[in-house]
Ligand binder design. Structure first.
Ligand SMILES: NC(=O)c1ccc[n+]([C@@H]2O[C@H](COP(=O)([O-])OP(=O)(O)OC[C@H]3O[C@@H](n4cnc5c(N)ncnc54)[C@H](O)[C@@H]3O)[C@@H](O)[C@H]2O)c1
Ligand SMILES: [Zn+2]
Length: 392
C-alpha cells in the first residue's frame, strides 16, 4: 500500500561561502607566490586551468602585463595551466553589454574551461562586473579570482558578491550573485589611474563611513589634501578600511544575497545610478555617487537626521577632493515636466520588489531606513546644490 503523498516537500540548503580579500603589490612579479597559493588553496595537488581576462586600458598603461602574466604562469606551472594567452578586452561602462558577454562565453567554451578552472579578471569595476557575470553563468559558475585595478573596485565593487551589466537603459539590469574565489588587491595598479579615477572610489568610502564608522569619516575629512595629491599610504589605508567595512557588512548583515529589501550599501545610489545612465557613461560611478550622497544627505538634514555641521563637512570634503557636486542632468525634465532623475526612485522601488527602502545616515556612523521620499524636499536639495556650485 502506498502511503498518502505529502502535499509539501521542504528543501533547506545551507551553503557556506568563504573567500579572502588579499592586499599585495606586484601580484604578477615572478617571486610573489600569492596568486599561485590562491589557485591551489583548495586542492593542493591539483593543476588548474586558468585563463586571464585583462582590461585593454590597463594594457595601454602596462604594455608588458600580458607577457608578465604568461611568464608568471610558466614559473608556477606545477599549479597553473595557462590555457591561452591573456585575453585583452575593452572595459569601462560601455563594455557592460551583452555583445561582450557572448564573446567572453565563446572564449571560455573554446578553451574548454570546467567548473574547477579559474577565470582571473584584471580590471576596473565595470570590467569585473562584466567578466564576472559571464563567469558566473558559464557551466553555472566558474571560479573567479578578481584583481581589481581602480580605487573603487578595490575598496568597494570588487570585494563584494555581485556582478551585472546594463540593459534596456537600466543600470545593472541583469546580473547574478556570485561570490569570488578570492580577491587580490594590488596597490601598484593604482599608480596609473587618471586623477578622476584615483578620486572617484573615495566617494564609496564616504558612503560607508557616513552610515557605519564615524571615526573613519573623521579621518577621511582630515585626509582630503593627502588623498587628493595621491599620497599612497593614505589611499592604501582608505582602501583597506573601506573594503573591510564592505566585507563585514556582507558577512554580518544576515542577507548577503539581498533577499530582503534593505540595501544599506546603496546609500546615495538611487540618483547615482540614474545619473550614470543619463550621462551615457560620461559620469563615473564614484562621481555620480558623490552627487547622490550630497542629495540624500541634504534630505537627511531636512528630516533632522543629520547635523548641519556634519552635512557641511561632508560636502566641503567631497569638494576639496575635486568632486563636482552637480550635474545639469539633475534638472532634466520629461515631456510632462517631471524631473527625470525621480524615475530613479521608481527603478529602485521595482528592483527592490515594490516597496521602497532608502538608507539614510542617522547621525554620523549610523543609519536608518525610510520607505518614501518627499520629492519636494529633493527638489529643494537639487536647487541647493545648484546654488552651491554657482557660488563656486
Ligand atoms: N558589483 C558591485 O557590487 C558594484 C558595486 C559598485 C560599483 N559597481 C560598478 O563598478 C563600475 C565602476 O567601477 P570603476 O570606478 O572602477 O570604473 P571603470 O571600471 O569604468 O574604470 C574607470 C576607468 O579607469 C580605467 N582603468 C581601470 N584600471 C586602470 C588602471 N590601473 N590604470 C589606468 N586606468 C585604469 C578604465 O579603463 C576606465 O576608463 C560601475 O559599472 C559600477 O556599476 C559594481
Ligand atoms: Zn557604488
Amino acid at each position: 500500500m502506498y502511503k498518502k503523498a505529502r502535499s509539501v516537500l521542504n528543501a533547506r540548503i545551507n551553503v557556506g561561502y568563504d573567500y579572502n580579500v588579499h592586499f599585495t603589490r606586484g601580484v604578477f612579479s615572478p617571486g610573489n607566490p600569492l596568486l599561485k597559493k590562491v589557485v591551489v588553496s583548495r586542492e593542493l595537488r591539483r593543476r588548474h586551468k586558468v585563463i586571464f581576462f585583462v582590461e585593454k586600458e590597463i594594457v595601454l598603461h602596462h604594455p608588458l602585463l600580458p607577457g608578465r602574466i604568461s611568464a608568471y604562469c610558466k614559473r608556477h606551472s606545477s599549479a597553473i595551466s595557462l590555457v591561452a594567452a591573456p585575453v585583452v578586452m575593452a572595459g569601462g561602462e560601455d563594455g557592460k553589454n551583452f555583445r561582450l558577454i557572448e564573446k567572453m562565453c565563446r572564449i571560455m567554451s573554446d578553451r574548454h574551461l570546467c567548473r574547477q578552472s579559474f577565470i582571473c579578471i584584471v580590471g576596473g569595476g565595470a570590467f569585473l562586473d562584466t567578466v564576472g557575470f559571464a563567469a558566473s553563468v558559464v557551466h553555472r559558475g566558474i571560479r573567479q579570482i578578481r584583481v581589481p585595478t581602480t580605487v573603487l573596485a578595490q575598496d568597494d565593487s570588487g570585494v563584494g558578491v555581485k556582478n551585472g551589466i546594463n540593459l534596456f537603459g537600466v543600470k545593472n539590469f541583469i546580473g547574478t550573485f556570485a561570490p569570488p574565489f578570492a580577491v587580490i588587491n594590488d596597490f601598484n595598479f593604482l599608480d596609473t589611474l587618471e586623477q578622476r579615477d584615483w578620486i572617484s572610489g573615495v566617494a564609496e568610502a564616504f558612503k560607508v563611513a557616513m552610515i557605519k564608522d564615524a571615526e573613519f569619516f573623521g579621518w577621511l575629512c582630515g585626509s582630503t589634501a593627502q588623498l587628493k595629491r595621491r599620497n599612497r599610504p593614505a589611499m592604501e589605508k582608505l582602501v583597506k578600511r573601506c573594503a573591510e567595512l564592505h566585507v563585514m557588512h556582507i558577512q554580518n548583515s544576515g542577507d548577503p544575497f539581498e533577499f530582503g529589501s534593505a540595501r544599506p550599501l546603496d546609500f546615495g545610489h538611487w540618483s547615482a545610478h540614474k545619473l550614470e545612465m543619463l550621462s551615457g557613461g560620461k559620469l563615473r560611478h564614484g562621481e555620480a555617487v558623490a552627487i547622490g550622497l550630497a542629495l540624500d544627505s541634504y534630505y537627511a538634514l531636512e528630516k533632522g537626521l543629520l547635523y548641519r555641521k556634519d552635512f557641511e563637512t561632508l560636502l566641503l570634503s567631497l569638494e576639496k577632493l575635486g568632486f563636482a557636486l552637480w550635474s545639469d542632468l539633475l534638472l532634466k525634465k520629461d515631456r510632462r515636466g517631471r524631473y527625470v532623475i525621480f524615475s530613479g526612485i521608481q527603478e529602485f522601488r521595482e528592483h527592490l520588489g515594490g516597496e521602497l527602502h532608502i538608507t539614510l545616515p542617522n547621525g554620523l556612523g549610523r543609519k536608518t531606513e525610510v520607505n518614501e521620499l518627499d520629492e519636494e524636499i529633493l527638489v529643494e536639495g537639487i536647487k541647493y546644490l545648484k546654488r552651491r556650485v554657482e557660488a563656486g
